[in-house]
Design a protein around this ligand. Structure first.
Ligand SMILES: *[C@@H]1O[C@H](CO)[C@@H](O)[C@H](O)[C@H]1NC(C)=O
Ligand SMILES: *[C@@H]1O[C@H](CO)[C@@H](O)[C@H](O)[C@H]1NC(C)=O
Ligand SMILES: *[C@@H]1O[C@H](CO)[C@@H](O)[C@H](O)[C@H]1NC(C)=O
Ligand SMILES: *[C@@H]1O[C@H](CO)[C@@H](O)[C@H](O)[C@H]1NC(C)=O
Length: 452
């Protein structure tokens, strides 16, 4: 009787679990792998409910589209799982050929149940991106939002309709936000599961790791996670962010060992930094405190509205040097560092932290609360080591349709002969350094004039 009870209870626990979670899988394969069928069978053996295939490179336009779709369909059916594939195909229309990228969702019967297509070029006439979020509902009772490439950055979170599970495919496009960095923060802030061709991001607990080509995770159907971990990512060796339009001020290393507060404003958007470094810290790399409010290029195809406050480790006191890669480290220890700003309400803000060191969850705090016409956002960490980037990236969806204008750092209207002497490299200096340089120049030139 006792044993029977145990078995029943085991079954009931199993049943409860089965109704609360589902199993997702992604593949980490070599870029040139194209035959996914063996991996789909492997995932089937691991009881995966939904498998997201790797995304090919945009240059991998396939001519045997139908053949590949058929082979995925067959494997999905024989393994009885949902498969999401991302393919590039040539679509013929009006006697022209357009390249189209497609997200295809296959159900357990191998039937394509959802398609999300968009043209690769902005100039395409035959296909247009759907304005509504594409969704599909599975037999395990979860409705997924289907996303591609930059959608998580471009689409307003309001379109997400309160969904808790998303599938994302696509290569990403080498923009200033690396895919893994932004995915981690996006899943964290929205407290949702994101199954992407790059990995599985579990709500507040971050990227699921695993060895081997198949990585699986049990996900809560309603999002959320048992534990939370700070959304820290390792710096990528991506092209570094273009800071030329940012207002950048050098961090005062001397003052920061005592603890100091500084404010950097771009237009009327102000970021307040509170910094205390440990006394033993030697300044090997300079840090820049930065603010940005406006429209900036995001990828080759899109401009986005953004409000950003950030601290960057740089190789020198000029903007182009900020964006150190994964091979860099600093021996500066931030005993405490925080940034606070009033962001435009109804937009989304994300903590961005790049470090090569581990940051315990209890050392991290991110807070966004509505206050009047704005959202007060504070990001704070204690005992931050090897910090290469730290800040809050805010999306300002209302400005997405404005065009991007390069602002000259020479904002005074009077004609300034000294600007002619200097090329753009000089204007790349941190703003406050540049202002000091200009004052110095004026003094020198007055001196020179008087000598004549
Ligand atoms: C789309 O249509 C416009 C105007 O009809 C034409 O100029 C353009 O070349 C077309 N683009 C493509 C990719 O066919
Ligand atoms: C960062 O790492 C690169 C590659 O290892 C190296 O060339 C560069 O000097 C490093 N920069 C700093 C500031 O440490
Ligand atoms: C980083 O270091 C590794 C090994 O030390 C090297 O192979 C790689 O090219 C370096 N990356 C960069 C961007 O310098
Ligand atoms: C945000 O607004 C509040 C209330 O108006 C103000 O007290 C605070 O100083 C502002 N914060 C920043 C960083 O500007």
């Amino acid at each position: 009787m006792k044993i029977f009870g145990l078995v029943v209870c085991f079954l009931c626990v199993n049943f409860l679990e089965a109704s609360e979670t589902y199993k997702a899988g992604v593949l980490h394969l070599d870029k040139d792998a194209t035959n996914y069928a063996p991996f789909i069978y492997e995932a089937g053996k691991s009881d995966v409910d939904i498998l997201v295939l790797p995304s090919p490179e945009p240059s991998d336009i396939i001519d045997n589209y139908d053949e590949i779709v058929e082979s995925i369909s067959k494997a999905a059916k024989e393994s009885s799982l949902y498969v999401v594939a991302h393919l590039y195909e040539k679509a013929r229309c009006q006697n022209k050929v357009e390249v189209v990228e497609s997200n295809l969702v296959f159900d357990r019967e191998g039937t394509v149940v959802s398609v999300y297509r968009k043209p690769v070029s902005n100039l395409a006439n035959c296909t247009s991106s759907p304005s509504e979020l594409v969704t599909f509902t599975t037999d395990f009772g979860v409705t997924f939002g289907l996303l591609m490439d930059e959608d998580i950055v471009l689409r307003n979170v309001e379109y997400m309709k309160g969904l808790k599970n998303f599938v994302m495919t696509g290569a990403g496009d080498g923009s200033f936000l690396s895919a893994s960095q932004f995915s981690t923060s996006w899943a964290f802030v929205n407290n949702v599961n994101l199954i992407s061709s790059n990995g599985i991001y579990i709500s507040k607990s971050g990227l699921q790791t695993g060895s081997g080509s198949l990585v699986v995770a049990d996900l809560n159907k309603n999002g959320g996670s048992e534990f939370s971990s700070a959304p820290v990512t390792r710096p990528s060796n991506f092209p570094s962010e273009d800071l030329s339009q940012y207002m950048v001020k050098p961090l005062d290393m001397e003052a920061s060992t005592l603890g100091y507060k500084d404010t950097v404003c771009h237009r009327s958007f102000c970021c307040e930094f509170n910094i205390k470094t440990s006394a033993g810290s030697k300044s090997d790399v300079p840090y820049g405190l930065a603010a940005f409010d406006g429209v900036r290029p995001y990828s080759t195809r899109h401009n986005i509205g953004a409000q950003t406050c950030a601290v960057f480790a740089c190789a020198g006191l000029y903007k182009r040097s900020c964006g150190l890669g994964s091979n860099n480290s600093t021996n500066i220890i931030f005993e405490r560092i925080s940034v606070a700003a009033n962001f435009t309400k109804q937009n989304a803000q994300y903590p961005i932290i790049q470090s090569t060191s581990v940051l315990p969850t209890e050392n991290f705090k991110f807070d966004a609360k509505p206050h009047g016409i704005s959202t007060q956002v504070t990001l704070e960490i204690v005992d931050g080591q090897n910090l290469l980037k730290f800040g809050v990236f805010g999306r300002d969806f209302s400005k997405d349709f404005e065009s991007f204008a390069v602002e000259s750092s020479n904002s005074d209207s009077t004609y300034n002969i000294y600007d002619l002497i200097f090329n753009e490299d000089v204007q790349e200096f941190f703003d406050y350094v540049w202002i000091r340089l200009r004052i110095l120049l004026v003094v020198v030139s007055i001196y020179v004039l008087e000598m004549m």
